[in-house]
Design a protein around this ligand. Structure first.
Ligand code: ATP
Length: 469
């Protein structure tokens, strides 16, 4: 989509020229694998390996810290993936959660209309025009075959609940986590005794049968969302929207994303979802262009108003300050767990030349790094050294993910840890047996300092706390 209101006009370029570099590093080092690979994989579904699961968990924890732990006015929730089907009728998803699909008459491939070259800037109305394909002379991008007129394709996955596969038993896999929050609004408000404004935050899986998934984990069919719905007095929605917008961009910066590669983009009036009064995306400069990282939406009273009407339950809020009852308005911040982890991974990628050799570094904020520290023996043949390394790792591991490695020479071990983003390496050598000291090496500066073995853990804990901010 064309930016109507991008806050940045210069292109800083991506942190890495080719997405393949990240895909291959992810596979080689155990961040992300294709799902069911031994059976040839399954399109647009990915699995997180030993390092990927740590990175994504750290991203989710960092989000939870900023959105729940550090806030007095936001509480958490973990709602179910399968909900009463009526929820999706009320929310408008059954009728409107569609993308415009066109099909090639020759190869039968299907495409999302607005992702075809020449159709990127179509308005919603134009995308529903049956003559649009002919008018723009669009052809199949694979074999130049003729394309069908667009039809609306619903992105929700369907399945059956219970032992009978009939329409009455049909349920949906949630396409967003937000609805679980709306239908629990009253339960949460009453049990947490919150007064407006307050928010409910949730992290969980969502499923969308995307027509054109791709760009690695950018657009998947199964993914995680990190959403927060902030319930406010109607006439205060605009003010809170304006507070949440910069706060959410700042969160990515706090965890190390280069601010030059972040910008805002406002949705055009014809692009706004049916529920939205105002919507802005935080965009990131991916190797494949500026794309949405997170959406911030003023949803008005659409959600609670609709659920109140269709369920017949009272979802109004009684405001003790003014003695009025009203349906709260909602300001939503909607981020992707996978997309955020992917962004932190790409943005951390560096290639440097050190003494004539290429050094690849993932310069993660230490709080996001999968391993916080690697403990390495300089001589693995010396039992006392190896024992001290294991004892140190075990002690560190009580508070953080720490790894022992002796499978290569020290130079190679350092490079391996740099490439997976481990912020600190601790080396124990022959001298350590004499002076009780170890060498602590910093990933980014490669600076090495000698510290007393007993001081290694406090030093790393202190640096970690600083990185967390
Ligand atoms: P698009 O217009 O690109 O399809 P959207 O505007 O429908 O996306 P939202 O419904 O606002 O996306 O979803 C909120 C967030 O969830 C997105 O900003 C993104 O981070 C994440 N997300 C949405 N769809 C996917 C997907 N298919 N794969 C991975 N993450 C996704």
């Amino acid at each position: 989509m064309t930016a109507v209101n991008p806050s940045t006009t210069e292109d800083p370029g991506p942190s890495v020229a080719s997405l393949d570099t990240i895909v291959s590093l992810s596979k080689r080092r155990g961040f992300i694998f294709p799902s069911s690979e031994i059976y040839g994989g399954i399109n647009a579904v990915w699995d997180y390996g030993p390092l990927g699961v740590e990175l994504k968990n750290n991203v989710k924890r960092a989000w939870w810290r900023a959105m729940v732990q550090e806030r007095e006015d936001i509480v958490g929730l973990d709602a179910s993936i399968i909900m009463a089907p009526q929820v999706w009728v009320t929310s408008g998803h059954v009728a409107n959660f569609t993308d415009p699909l066109v099909e090639c008459a020759t190869c039968r491939r299907r495409f999302r209309l607005d992702e075809l070259p020449g159709a990127e800037n179509l308005t919603n109305t134009e995308m529903q025009d049956p003559t649009v394909v002919d008018r723009l002379g669009l052809k199949c991008p694979v074999d130049a075959g003729p394309l069908s007129a667009p039809r609306r394709f619903n992105l929700m996955f369907k399945t059956y609940m219970g032992p009978v596969e009939e329409e009455a038993a049909q349920v949906y896999l949630r396409p967003e986590t937000a609805q679980g929050i709306y239908v629990n609004f009253r339960n949460v408000r009453e049990t947490s005794r919150k007064k407006l404004p307050f928010g409910i935050a949730q992290i969980g899986k969502a499923f969308r049968n995307e027509i054109s998934p791709g760009n690695f984990v950018f657009r998947m069919r199964e993914f995680e969302q990190m959403e927060m719905q902030y319930f406010v007095k109607p006439d205060e929605a605009a003010r809170f929207f304006n507070e949440w917008k910069p706060r959410r961009k700042a969160w990515y910066e706090r965890y190390g994303v280069n601010p030059a590669r972040l910008r805002f983009r406002q949705h055009r009036p014809d692009e706004l979802a049916h529920y939205a009064k105002e919507a802005w995306d935080v965009e990131y400069r991916f190797p494949f262009g500026w794309k949405e990282l997170e959406g911030i939406h003023n949803r008005g009273d659409w959600d609670l108003g609709r659920h109140q009407k269709e369920s017949g339950e009272n979802l109004e809020y009684f405001d003790p300050a003014t003695n009025e009852s009203y349906v709260p308005w909602i300001v939503e911040t909607s981020a992707g767990g996978d997309r955020a982890a992917f962004t932190f991974l790409i943005d951390a990628y560096r290639e440097e030349e050190v003494r004539g050799e290429k050094r690849v570094v993932l310069a993660f904020n230490p709080d996001l790094a999968p391993y916080k520290v690697a403990v390495l023996p300089l001589l693995k043949k010396r039992d006392e050294i190896v024992e001290k390394c294991h004892a140190l790792r075990d002690d560190l591991a009580k508070d953080m993910l720490a790894v022992y490695d002796d499978t290569a020479a020290i130079g190679k071990l350092y490079r391996r840890q740099d490439e997976i983003g481990t912020p600190w390496c601790v080396t124990i050598d022959v001298e350590s047996l004499e002076d009780g000291k170890a060498t602590v090496r910093d990933r980014d500066s490669m600076e090495q300092i000698r510290v007393d073995l007993s001081q290694v853990k406090p030093l790393i804990m202190e640096r970690l706390a600083k990185a967390r901010g």
